[in-house]
Design a protein around this ligand. Structure first.
Ligand SMILES: *Cc1c(COP(=O)(O)O)cnc(C)c1O
Length: 372
């Protein structure tokens, strides 16, 4: 007979999921109540206010999609694009490629702006594309490219989108909570994130926020959103404020307790302090890695503190090292993706996993394993 599953305790220092705070796990074990229970609805209102804080926005439409970051991505595209529309998509890693897929599956055309993996999106190329495509409805880009560790300038890119009368659609799955992100000040129109990267929560939820301008576009569509589940016109009957909270789908009740607790923790720490903590431990890790000559993939000014990608030294086998770390130290670090597979490691310092103890464990374990 199959017995209960007991996962080992790991230290998660990859590209996500990252370590989950015990407080979040404890919150998730609390009793399940109805998703229309007045107490639950109160919790949803608190969660919305805390997400507005995390995103630094007053956007009315700020809520967690009941599915992972990829569903947040899809929510943004399917609601904003209609067949025949045109979107400019920046690609400097894996996730820009997924944006292209989303655009095309909406029946829209993707105009690609390509940058090398490991570099930030080049605003000059973006401006050229916006100039050449005055009919583009939106500009989509990844703020924090988890496949390489590069950070792009979301404020400048959004400014350019607006200069050419396009909306900005931003992936900050890995950015939220880890690096400065100011949705209102930067005037971002649509943004999605994830619960399992810098928010110290379990995977499976995707916070999103839409500006009033973006919601105007959603409300004035000529065609129905092709996804019934992700149609914000319908989802807002449950999540919208002042809404009567009518049934759309059963909210993942206990998962939302977890995100609520994660956001309470973020509020207690303070958003700026969370950004500073990610920066500080990144600098400690960087000092240790560079002390034995490891080289970072991304130029210093575009580096994400929460995702440290370094080249694997000559003669060192990727899989051997990562398996030894996992089996002997319970430590997970990330492998390279695509063309960077076998060539780089991606060491995450996200959310609850971003602390001095983890930095030291990682440096000691890597040194021991590489020596051996
Ligand atoms: C992790 C990630 C996603 C996808 O999130 P899932 O929760 O895995 O669906 C999207 N974009 C970026 C930049 C990510 O890091």
């Amino acid at each position: 007979m199959v017995k209960s599953f007991h996962p080992p305790n790991r230290i998660l220092m990859g590209p996500g999921p990252s370590d989950v705070s015990p407080r979040v796990l404890a919150a998730m074990a609390r009793p399940t109540i109805g998703h229309l229970d007045p107490m639950f609805v109160e919790m949803m209102d608190e969660m919305k206010a805390m997400l507005q804080y995390a995103f630094q926005t007053k956007n009315e439409l700020t809520m967690p999609v009941s599915a992972p970051g990829s569903a947040g991505m899809e929510t943004c595209f399917v609601n904003l694009l209609e067949p025949g529309d045109k979107a400019i998509v920046c690609q400097n890693g894996v996730f820009g490629g997924r944006m292209k897929e989303n655009v095309e599956r909406c029946g829209a055309t993707a105009v690609m702006v390509m940058d090398d993996w490991g570099t930030a999106v080049d605003p000059n190329k973006v401006e050229d594309a916006l100039k050449a495509n005055p009919d583009a409805k939106l500009l989509a880009f990844v703020h924090a490219e988890t496949s390489t560790g590069a950070q792009s300038d979301a404020q400048t890119l959004t400014y350019l989108a607006h200069k050419y009368d396009a909306l900005s659609l931003v992936d900050s799955v890995t950015g939220l909570g880890g690096v400065p992100l100011k949705v209102d000040e930067w005037e971002i129109d649509a943004i999605y994130s994830g619960s399992q990267k810098c928010l110290s929560c379990t995977p499976g939820l995707s916070p999103i926020s839409f500006s009033d301008r973006a919601m105007q576009v959603v409300k004035s569509r000529k065609t129905k959103v092709q996804s019934w589940f992700l149609d914000l016109n319908l989802v807002t009957a449950y999540w919208g404020s002042g809404a009567k909270r009518t049934y759309h789908h059963t909210a993942p009740v206990n998962a939302l307790y977890g995100l609520h607790e994660a956001l309470v923790m973020l509020q207690e720490e303070g958003l700026e302090n969370s950004w500073a903590r990610h920066k500080q431990h990144h600098l400690e890790l960087k000092a240790g890695l560079e002390a034995w000559g490891l080289k970072f993939v991304v130029k210093e000014e575009h580096r994400l503190p929460q995702l440290n990608s370094v080249y694997i030294p000559e003669g060192v086998d990727d899989v051997t090292v990562r398996s030894a770390l996992l089996h002997d130290y319970g430590l997970e670090i990330g492998a390279g993706l695509g063309a960077m597979a076998g060539k780089i490691w991606r060491i995450g310092l996200m959310g609850h996993a971003c602390n001095e103890r983890n930095v030291n464990i990682c440096l000691t374990a890597l040194e021991d394993v590489m020596r051996a």
